[in-house]
Design a protein around this ligand. Sequence first.
Ligand SMILES: [Fe+2]
Length: 518
Amino acid sequence: MNGSEAAGKEFRIMPLSSSDKRTILVVDDDPAVRSLIVEALRQGGEYIATEAADGKEALEALSSKLYDLVISDIHMPGINGMDLLSRIREINPAISVILITAFPSVGLSVSAMKTGAVDFITKPFRIDELLYKVNIYLREKSMLSVDGLLNKVEQEQLRDKVRRISAKGFIYDFIERLGVSNDNIFRVIADLALKVSGGEHCAILLYDRETGEFMPKFTGSVDRVPPRHTVPWPKKLLREVVEKKDGMLYNVSDPDGAASILCAPLTIRNNVFGILSLWKHRNGACFTDQDLHVILSLARRASLNLENKVLYETLYTNIAETFRALVTSIQARDQYTERHSVSVTEFVVRTAEIMECSPDDIECLKIAAMLHDIGKIAIPDHILLKPDELTGEEYAIIKTHCAIGDDILTPIALFEKERKIIRHHHENWDGSGYPDGLAGDQIPLLSRMISVADAYDAMTTNRPYRASMSPDEAITELRRFGGTQFDPQVVDAFIGSLQSTCSCRLPAIVSAPAEEKR
Ligand SMILES: [Fe+2]
């Protein structure tokens, strides 16, 4: 029986037990979690809580008694929580179901919501959060019940209401879990919007108040639909959304056929800073008012997180630009440092891609590599620019640039990770480096990557005190000092990145020193 068939039958929604207490069935194969929930429900004295150890026991309990609410784990042997939810929808769609899982995903949540779960809770959870949700859903039911018997219209109203509350719950939980430092925040919000609305394409467009233009920050499509980066978002509609600060539904014709478009504003303190837009072919049916309602809820919840993200990115970019300018200012004294910083950044990003570093790490490397020698700003000209070999004393002063770089960045909380990488970019794999003599895995991986790129670029560049090596000779040096000066795995990845970007011929081993003293 599907949802519409179920809607054709009348059913009792309230328990109508003699005590008039709400009845709740708790299903979980973990006895500890089960008893924790049951005890908490019983403590308030408002609910009659019953336990079931799995889906089979739950169905037996449901066949012999009316329940107002089922709280069920998803991952259980035999009949799992999702199967149980489907069976409950068939038996009595008026029973509210809250699902619990330790393994949440957008797909699973949306699938649970679409099957009819009213909420989706992630383990570990706070018991008071669960009690709060139980209270909300049971109270909502009481408000919608009339003498315990609902007609078809009321059943539909109830279902609609529950769907809305449920969608808001899912959206709230997901957005809360995103945080602000997650680089995937735009993707996750777009993914969630596509799934809850049934749209085919989604874009998060940032609005530039000065130019009145919309800049796509993220575009995404559902799996079965090929990506389409040129969705014709009608500017007239977008501007109307900005003006009215409200969501809009629009059915439009485009060269590829009729489309249905849904837009919701993203706002900061009542100012529109972007638009969450969804698009689908009208032969897949138009968006509905309910879709608009859900997407507006999502846009409101997402606004705060996106605001923080946008502000964070702006602040981060501004500070990074300031420090880049500082590096450029070193160029006035030492042209090598600025060109070297750009080269090292390019090398190290390619190495990070070969080593499959996370997008967060790659972003961090871009800043750390660009600024790795920023401490040289404090090194006196007569040492930094000396055309001859350095004395031991002068070399000791040069070596302080790592700790100075760390000090310069210390006040910037946003660069916590970058400054550690900068501090350790002259540590050696065998512990013979500076400033702290760290060895092996003690040295941050990103520092080890900069160390290799730094040495390669230094060796292949002409300096006043020595001629440059050829790429082949420099690669040989890296291999020769892999395991002593350099992390051998990073050396392999670095050489791999050179091979993938140019047709470098890899040479046989020849001997030469790899020391990069500056
Ligand atoms: Fe350095």
